[in-house]
Write a protein that binds this ligand. Structure first.
Ligand SMILES: [Zn+2]
Length: 425
């Protein structure tokens, strides 16, 4: 897959100077660095200031110098579990008119913009309504509305009455039904397929433990998606269901509320991806603010201790873990955003800062099949980056000090006016 350019570009190339850089791959940041970004928005060179200035100066393209005042630069975040049209049971659902396509599109566009400004330059959508996500993906690519680069699943697939059937789920039954539902998402342009194989937190009539697909139904999804070279990720809670769907060939597990050491080891052995979305079982204030019903509050927060153990089992086993918030990426949480708080939780559960940063950048790009194009600050990658006041490779809470967001070489957020003060070299 080739990453698109994002709307119009800067008229000149630019050299970002006076910064330290975490490039998305290693364990530490390098100090006294400079980054040359060409006018097409791609990274040309990262290295010592003089080397970079010399290389940019030898190029005929005019170049603007942007002084980052000692800031720390890292790749833009990739949030792998997002619903831009999220409407949890309760006040969120009551306020969103899902039967009004314009209202849904506007809500999703607003959420996309806030997601980008929160530092999420790429989002993987794992369940949206009425194919609005594909229209939004086109609008963002064209530069019509601001938002993260989108990789999207279209509708999540579920059985009749299954998880998500009353929100973003498309109901199907039987192998033929699931094959068709999968093909409908591919026809619409799905980058991946999302399927709900067990109950979850937000379905009133189910439990987390409820198995929801038969083997032949899931096999139909996996075979069809793989034939079309797409990955399949499964919303899944209990260990026995996860063990079963691993054997049927799913590529990733979302939430995994009840992993055991044995199932985590099997995921590691198979190279299965894991998006823990650990915030969803610990965000009481968010649920209170949005007045979710008592049954959901109880189930979500009640799942918390076991969910935390799951994450720790996955870390211990060496499972390939990536960042995903499920909550709106920009939602306020403990004085920061849900995305940054998710990264802090990952560190608290035992991942090193380097592990967490890679889970939010280069590792996520690997799953998306776009390694080297996003998620790293290396030559040829697009210029998606954040500027912070502190070193994220020392402590991921440094992301709380984010003050600039650049996408495709364009500063979409510039709290300190670094770009406004840029001068022509
Ligand atoms: Zn979700």
């Amino acid at each position: 897959m080739v990453i698109d350019s994002m709307g119009p570009h800067a008229a000149t190339g630019q050299v970002l100077v006076n910064c330290s850089v975490f490039d998305g791959t290693g364990d530490s940041s390098l100090s006294d660095q400079a980054i040359w970004i060409r006018s097409d928005g791609t990274v040309a060179l990262v290295g010592d200031r003089q080397d970079v200035m010399d290389a940019a100066g030898a190029n005929p393209e005019p170049t603007t110098v942007v002084d980052l005042a000692g800031g720390y630069v890292m790749p833009g975040l990739i949030n792998m579990h997002v619903h831009l049209g999220l409407a949890l049971p309760g006040a969120m659902s009551a306020s969103l008119d899902r039967d009004n396509p314009a209202a849904l599109a506007l809500q999703m566009a607003g959420n996309a913009r806030r997601t980008l400004l929160a530092g999420v330059t790429t989002a993987r959508l794992v369940g949206e309504t009425d194919y609005t996500d594909f229209t939004l993906r086109r609008a963002i690519r064209a530069g019509t509305v601001p938002g993260p680069r989108l990789f999207t699943a279209g509708h999540a697939l579920c059985c009749t009455g299954g998880h998500g059937h009353d929100s973003d789920g498309l109901e199907a039954d039987g192998a033929d039904g699931f094959r068709r539902a999968t093909r409908e998402q591919l026809r619409a342009g799905a980058d991946l397929i999302k399927v709900c194989v067990s109950g979850g937190l937000a379905g009133e009539h189910e439990a987390i433990e409820t198995p929801q697909l038969t083997d032949d139904e899931l096999s139909a999804v996996v075979t069809t998606a793989h034939d079309w070279r797409r990955t399949v990720t499964a919303h899944a809670g209990p260990a026995d269901v996860i063990e079963r769907v691993l054997a049927l060939g799913v590529d990733g597990i979302e939430h995994g509320y009840q992993l055991t050491p044995e199932v985590a080891a099997e995921m590691a052995r198979r190279g299965t991806w894991y998006v823990p979305t650990i915030t969803v079982s610990r965000c009481r204030e968010f649920f209170e603010e949005h007045q979710v019903p008592a049954w959901m509050m109880e189930r979500a927060l009640g799942a918390g201790p076991r969910h935390w153990e799951s994450l720790q089992h996955a870390i211990t086993a060496g499972v390939r873990i990536v960042l995903g918030s499920d909550m709106p990426p920009d939602a306020p949480f403990d004085g920061t955003t849900a995305t940054v708080r998710e990264m802090e939780f990952m560190a608290e559960a035992g991942m090193t800062p380097g592990d967490v940063l890679r889970a939010a950048t280069s590792r996520a790009a690997e799953w998306l099949g776009v390694s080297g194009q996003i998620g790293t600050l290396t030559p040829g990658a697009v210029g998606d980056l954040l500027v912070l006041d502190a070193d994220p490779a020392a402590d991921v809470s440094a992301l709380r000090t984010m003050h600039a967001v650049v996408q495709g070489g364009r500063a979409v957020r510039d709290d300190r006016g670094h770009w406004a003060k840029g001068r022509t070299a």
